[in-house]
Write a protein that binds this ligand. Structure first.
Ligand SMILES: NC(=O)c1ccc[n+]([C@@H]2O[C@H](COP(=O)([O-])OP(=O)(O)OC[C@H]3O[C@@H](n4cnc5c(N)ncnc54)[C@H](O)[C@@H]3O)[C@@H](O)[C@H]2O)c1
Length: 398
C-alpha cells in the first residue's frame, strides 16, 4: 500500500541537540507532513553553502512500501540524486552482512564524505545506517527520518549506532550524531497498534525521569511538568503527538548534551543512566520470554510500574506517587501488560543476578524513582526479597 502523506505542515516543532562543539549542534524537526519538506530541510541543514550532494536512502521492506515513493519523488523533484538500499524488515537487518551490503551500495553510488546516508524507518534502519555513515570514508553525512514512535523519541536522537554481532546485540557500534532528524508524526498512523503502545511506554518513561533528565537544575512545577501534560491528554495522546514527541526529544537532548558518551559516573542519576529507568526489570522479562516475544517497549511498561512499586517498598516514593503512575499507565493501556507465559520469579531474579551491572556486593543495583516525582537515584543495595515481592505483585495483577 502506498501512502499519501499529509500536506506540508504549517506547525513544525524544532528541538535542538546542543552538543559540546558548536558545529555538532543539530535540529530535530517534528510535525505532521514534514516529510514533504525534506528537500528544503536538507538544503538548509545539511547541504549548506549552496552545495548539493547525493542521498542514499536506506529503508526496510515495510517502510519502503509506505513512504519510499514520497521521499524519493520529493528529492528527485528538487534535482537531488538518490539511490535506495532496502533491507529486510526487523532485527535481522542489523547484521554485519547487511552492513557489508550497505557499504557495497555506498561504493556503487560513489558516496563521498559530503554525501548523505538517509535512514528512513525505525530503530533498526537508523542503527544500521548510522553505523555505515559513521564508518564509510571515516564518516559521511547522516540524516535520520524515523518512522516508528520509538525511533522518533529515542533511537534517532543521541547518536548511538550499531549492528548486532553473533548473539550480541549492538556489539559493533559507535557514537555518531546525525546532521538532521526529521520526524513526521503522520507516519505513526500506519504503525501497528502494538508498536505504537511500545513507543508510548518509552515516552511515559521520559515523563517519569523529567527532573533527572533536566539535570536537577530546573525545578519542575506540578502544573508544567511533562507528566502533568500526559495526565491532561490521557487516552487522546495520539492527537497530541507533535508536542509530546518534542517533549521527549527535549529531555533526551538535555541528557545527551550533558553525557554524550555515557561517561558520567555510574551512580550519577542525571547521566545517560537515567534513560534506563525500568530497564533492569524489562531486560529480565525480554530475556526470560525469549527475544522478540515481548516488544522492548512492552517490557519497559512492566519495568516502569515495577520500579515505582520497588521504590514505594523502599520508601523512596509515596504510595500516592506509585498510584499516580499506575493510573497513568492504565489510562494509556500500558498496565497491566499481558504476557503469553508467566516467567517464574526465580528465573527473573537469576537473570538480573547474571548481569554484572545489576549484581553488587550488597544487593542488586537499580535506577529508582524518588519523590518529588521525576527525580531518580541509583541504589546499589536493593535487597533481593524486595525485588521478589514486586515481581509477585505484578504477576498477581495480570
Ligand atoms: N540507537 C539507539 O539509541 C536506540 C535506542 C532504542 C532502540 N534502539 C534499537 O532500535 C531497534 C528497534 O526500533 P523499532 O522499535 O523502531 O523497530 P523496527 O525498526 O524494527 O520497526 C518496527 C516495525 O515497524 C515497521 N515500521 C516502521 N515504520 C512504520 C510505519 N510508519 N508504519 C508501519 N510500519 C512501520 C518496521 O518495518 C518494523 O516492522 C532495535 O534494534 C534497538 O536496539 C536503538
Amino acid at each position: 500500500m502506498m501512502m499519501t502523506v499529509t500536506p506540508p505542515s504549517t506547525s513544525l516543532q524544532t528541538v535542538s541537540v546542543a552538543l559540546a562543539g558548536c558545529p555538532r549542534t543539530y535540529p530535530i524537526i517534528i510535525g505532521a507532513g514534514v516529510l514533504n519538506n525534506l528537500p528544503l530541510l536538507l538544503k538548509i541543514h545539511v547541504f549548506k553553502n549552496n552545495q548539493s550532494g547525493k542521498v542514499l536512502i536506506v529503508t526496510d521492506k515495510t517502510v519502503a512500501g509506505l513512504y519510499l515513493n514520497t521521499v524519493e519523488n520529493s528529492l528527485k523533484a528538487e534535482g537531488v540524486l538518490t539511490q535506495t538500499f532496502v533491507v529486510p524488515t526487523g532485527e535481522i537487518a542489523k547484521t554485519a552482512d547487511q552492513l557489508s551490503q550497505l557499504y557495497e551500495a555506498c561504493h556503487a553510488f560513489g558516496i563521498s564524505r559530503r554525501d548523505v546516508v538517509l535512514a528512513l524507518g525505525g530503530g533498526v534502519v537508523g542503527d544500521l545506517s548510522g553505523y555505515a555513515a559513521a564508518t564509510y570514508y571515516r564518516g559521511c553525512q547522516f540524516v535520520q527520518v524515523p518512522t516508528t514512535l520509538l525511533a522518533q523519541v529515542d533511537s534517532s536522537v543521541g547518536g548511538k549506532v550499531a549492528v548486532n554481532f553473533k548473539d550480541v546485540k549492538n556489539a559493533i557500534g559507535t557514537f555518531y550524531q546525525p546532521s538532521l532528524v526529521v520526524a513526521d508524526t503522520a507516519c505513526i498512523e500506519t504503525l501497528p497498534q502494538r508498536e505504537r503502545l511500545a513507543g508510548l511506554a518509552e515516552m511515559v518513561k521520559y515523563a517519569l525521569i523529567e527532573q533527572a533528565a533536566l539535570g536537577n537544575e530546573t525545578p519542575l512545577t506540578a502544573e508544567t511538568s511533562f507528566l502533568a501534560h500526559y495526565e491532561a491528554v490521557g487516552s487522546n495522546w495520539a492527537e497530541n503527538l507533535p508536542s509530546l514527541i518534542a517533549n521527549c526529544c527535549q529531555l533526551k537532548a538535555a541528557v545527551v548534551a550533558r553525557d554524550e558518551q555515557e561517561s558520567a559516573a555510574s551512580d550519577d542519576a542525571t547521566g545517560r543512566v537515567c534513560l534506563n529507568l525500568g530497564h533492569t526489570f524489562a531486560h529480565a522479562y525480554e530475556s526470560a520470554l525469549g527475544y522478540g516475544v515481548l516488544l522492548h517497549g512492552e517490557a519497559v511498561a512492566i519495568g516502569l510500574m515495577q520500579a515505582f512499586w520497588l521504590a514505594e517498598r523502599l520508601h523512596l516514593v509515596s504510595t500516592q506517587t506509585a498510584n499516580r503512575v499506575q493510573n497513568l499507565l492504565e489510562t494509556l493501556n500500558l498496565f497491566p501488560i499481558a504476557l503469553p507465559k508467566l516467567p517464574t520469579v526465580d528465573e527473573l531474579v537469576a537473570l538480573m543476578r547474571k548481569d554484572k551491572k545489576v549484581l553488587k556486593a550488597d544487593g542488586l543495583r537499580f535506577v529508582l524513582p524518588t519523590d518529588p516525582i521525576g527525580s531518580l537515584v541509583v541504589d546499589d543495595t536493593v535487597p533481593v526479597a524486595d525485588v521478589i515481592a514486586v515481581l509477585e505483585r505484578y504477576h498477581h495483577a495480570i
